[in-house]
Design a protein around this ligand. Structure first.
Ligand SMILES: [Zn+2]
Length: 342
């Protein structure tokens, strides 16, 4: 994959067209069914690819147009999980949600995303990234009635994710990203088994691997949580040194408009750093100069050949025109800094 200096990419998701799913909503139900739904998903992928390519995004994704949710979209294809009888649990110590229950050994009866990746690979000549939920975040989105141990369940998921990731890499994915927002909450568990589960998920992969750790979508529960974190957000300080010692290649994190002290990214020595330069918790569209400013700050702590301008998190809950504006600002902001460097 031939990439320019400061290659741009996105955390993963983009809004879906209103004819495919209800806009500005997480877990929005599909508006189509059967064959029309399958065709609709592919048309939506074509649209988000064109949007990213025109905006100057170098490593593109399918915008998660083929799944309803970044965790459940995967888990609903597995066996051992009861999606009918939901239980109320606290997600990331932050908000209550009705979640499925693990009722037996978790297994993957068939590949989940192979067809999606075959299509994505055929629909663009750009480098492609594919996102999967991380093992710890999967565990945190369930009620467990079978394993009796978050670690054991995470390891079972890691084995499943590893099989999936190997198949997707063989189909031509350039980057596999595991989304682990739970890494920003359960620091002891991250140290005790979270990194080990992530390592198991990426074992033997020949493509690049990334982990995305963030402060979440711009939903109310997350905004309230962020207000409680004080003036300096130092959560990354505990996890980054562990990730620096891991075999993960890239770390995607939140920088734009956040209270994360930017010098913390220096703790990721040797890793590619996907610097969140777009705030996804506001509908205000950044100017290219604002994006450039975040990148210039990050360049003080990360070598230029390891910096990838990115979004803070997924953009699925945003209005479509806002997300399109933010993509253009990201591409244009990165271009500004690139010109200064060459
Ligand atoms: Zn995120």
């Amino acid at each position: 994959m031939a990439l320019p200096l400061l290659p741009t990419t996105i955390a993963g998701s983009l809004p879906k067209p209103a004819w495919l799913a209800e806009p500005e909503k997480l877990w929005a139900p599909w508006k189509l069914e059967g064959r029309a739904l399958e065709e609709g998903k592919r048309d939506a992928v074509r649209l988000v690819l064109s949007l990213q390519e025109k905006a100057g995004i170098d490593i593109v994704t399918d915008g998660e147009q083929t799944r309803r949710h970044f965790v459940n979209g995967y888990m609903e294809k597995l066996e051992g999980i009861d999606f009918k009888n939901l239980k109320t649990v606290r997600i990331r110590n932050r908000y209550d949600a009705n979640v499925p229950q693990v009722v037996g050994p978790v297994t993957r009866p068939a590949p989940v995303h192979s067809e999606d990746v075959r299509f994505l690979r055929s629909a663009t000549t750009h480098a492609i990234k594919f996102t999967l939920p991380g093992p710890m975040t999967m565990v945190d989105t369930l009620h467990d009635e079978h394993y009796g141990s978050r670690e054991k369940l995470a390891m079972a998921f890691a084995g499943i994710l590893n099989q999936e990731a190997r198949e997707l890499a063989a189909l031509g994915v350039d980057v596999i990203q595991f989304d682990e927002p739970a890494f920003n909450v359960y620091f002891d568990e991250v140290r005790d088994w979270g990194i080990a589960a992530l390592e198991r998920a990426r074992a033997g992969l020949t493509c690049k691997t990334a982990v995305h750790i963030c402060y979440g979508y711009g939903i109310e529960a997350n905004i309230t949580w962020k207000k409680s974190l004080g003036n300096e957000w130092r959560q990354y300080e505990q996890t980054f040194p562990l990730l620096a010692r891991s075999s993960i290649d890239q770390v995607s994190l939140e920088c734009a408009n956040s209270r994360v002290p930017i010098d913390l990214i220096a703790l990721l020595e040797g890793k590619d750093v996907l610097v969140g330069s777009i705030d996804v918790a506001t509908t205000r569209v950044e100017t290219p100069e604002e994006v450039a400013k975040v990148i210039r700050e990050a360049l003080k702590h990360v070598p230029r050949d390891r910096l990838y301008p990115c979004t803070n998190c997924g953009m699925v809950p945003l209005p479509r025109d806002v997300a399109a504006g933010k993509l253009s600002a990201l591409g244009a902001g990165a271009a500004l800094v690139r010109e200064e460097l060459v």
